[in-house]
Design a protein around this ligand. Structure first.
Ligand SMILES: [Zn+2]
Length: 111
């Protein structure tokens, strides 16, 4: 994963890194833990299987939906996005990426 240290991205104090098309933008001083790298690698897998643009459209649409549902709480809306839920739920599991099923965030009720 290509990593770019910078002060501009991601926007917002609560966020330490953002993955744009498989390139990880990280704020200065943020430690690149195995957990963080696994979280972002999960996002890269999600993007690839959805061919990038649909991933971002679905991501933003879901965030907006949760934002309305959660009455403007931006951080809780972010945590409720299915792509984030998969990444946070599995970022500590060292075996997850090897066994991950394709389209995992979309399968929640399917199996
Ligand atoms: Zn994430």
């Amino acid at each position: 994963m290509k990593i770019v240290r910078n002060r501009l991205l991601p926007i917002g104090r609560r966020y330490s890194a953002i993955n744009l098309f498989g390139i990880l933008f990280v704020k200065p001083g943020v430690r690149l833990s195995d957990q963080l790298l696994r979280h972002e690698t999960i996002h890269t897998r999600q993007m690839r299987e959805l061919l990038y643009l649909p991933f971002y459209l679905m991501y933003v649409a879901e965030w907006l939906w949760h934002l309305v549902r959660l009455r403007g709480d931006t951080y809780r809306a972010y945590l409720a996005i299915s792509f984030e839920r998969e990444a946070y739920l599995n970022q500590n599991d060292t075996a997850y990426l090897a066994s991950r099923r394709r389209f995992a965030p979309l399968r929640r009720n399917a199996d």
